[in-house]
Design a protein around this ligand. Sequence first.
Ligand code: CA
Length: 220
Amino acid sequence: MTAIVVVEDEPDIGDLLALYCRREGWSVHVATDATSGLATIRAREPDFVVLDVGLPGDRDGFDVCRELRQTSDVPVLFLTARDDEVDRVLGLEMGADDYVIKPFSPREIIARIKAVLRRGRTEPASNNATFGPLHIDLDRREATIDTTPVPLAAQEWSLLGKLLDHRGIALSRQQLLDLAWGTDWIGDPRTVDVHVRQLRRKLGNDLPLATVRGVGYRLD
Ligand code: CA
């Protein structure tokens, strides 16, 4: 089922959007500030986020999007109230997929969400990846080079899986720790380096795993 998270502090707007989303057969959760919004998005892992720019407290929708983009490429549609916000929404660094200026019709929002979801579907999520002679099947936990199996340890699979989930995105050591080891794991971020070294040693140069200076790692 398509899952939507709406982050909007005005109850009338949040309720209305939730109603229209449910009519489409989508599951929807509404959060009313930045902190609960981020927590809801992390917990629900939605297919789409509708994000109001003006939120109560010291973090606005831009802050939510910036933080979200460190670990997620979920499509984001901004709700903006003012023209000067639009300028910032359009700033490329924000990573928004679309925006709508208030007041808007819920139908318009639904149409925009559908359009973005359709675009996303041209790139189906896959648990398989092939890099030259290297083939990785996450579901089967099988890696092969020229059909010769390469055994990986459980933690190496976990790390490799998260890198594949976030292809093209540079992830910091801490983000990789949180994703692959879990946020309750206490340890040295250099653990990531050790496991990356193992992955490179075992899977060879065909694995396009780049070191991003000052950040961490990126799988291309
Ligand atoms: Ca607002």
